[in-house]
Design a protein around this ligand. Sequence first.
Ligand code: Z5A
Length: 210
Amino acid sequence: MSGRFVTLEGGEGAGKSTLLAGLRAHLEAHGVDLLLTREPGGTALGEAVRALVLDPALRDTCAESELLLMFAARAQLVRAVIRPALAADRWVLCDRFTDASYAYQGGGRGQPAERIRELERWAAEDLQPDLTLLLDLPVADGRARAAGRGDADRIEREQDDFFERVRAAYRVRAAEFPQRFRVLDASQPPERVLADAIAALAPLFDGSMR
Ligand code: Z5A
């Protein structure tokens, strides 16, 4: 079987990490050679960028710097991790990818979509997922789930209206690319979300989504 690239997206506390663990168990039980990674992160450079962009002490980071940092991490991850894994016929499951930049830096920070698109073309080699699972959840519910985790990072310190714009931008992306996106109702119990995600993955096994 050839490699597949699957991304998980959603707002804060939507349940991506929880779903990732369930999908990992499911895919490995089906003999899939799987690589899990995340954004920003997944490489030494990417993890260093992650520490920078989430550091609450850097609160005056401008939107342009934030966008470029996300793509600096992504450029490295695409070339060093994702492309080689796909070339070796592995599946890659990535916690966030370029759609997050359209949602957070585009919707949230107001960066123009054409600017993000230009970065996507050259920095991310225009790599597109085969499937994107969008965990959709009302902002207040996601924030309530995340609240129990202790100190909020720099982005989590934004106000509700920021996260409403992020959610709206994700939904616009899903409507724009219906062949690639599946929107999951993340307000369901974890086992229902996992079952919906597994159903969404099925076409990747028979090749009908490529
Ligand atoms: N970012 C960006 O701005 N631009 C970009 O291009 C990229 C990223 C790539 C880090 O992302 C930040 O980077 C993120 C966007 C930005 N900032 N924010 N906000 P991240 O993915 O690492 O961080 P996150 O969004 O804060 O993820 P998270 O809060 O860790 O959420 P999650 O992984 O989606 O949720 P979870 O840990 O699985 O679940 C949260 C809690 O809810 C936990 O207690 C679970 O047990 C519980 N849970 C999970 N599922 C359920 C269900 N179904 N029902 C009830 N409770 C549940």
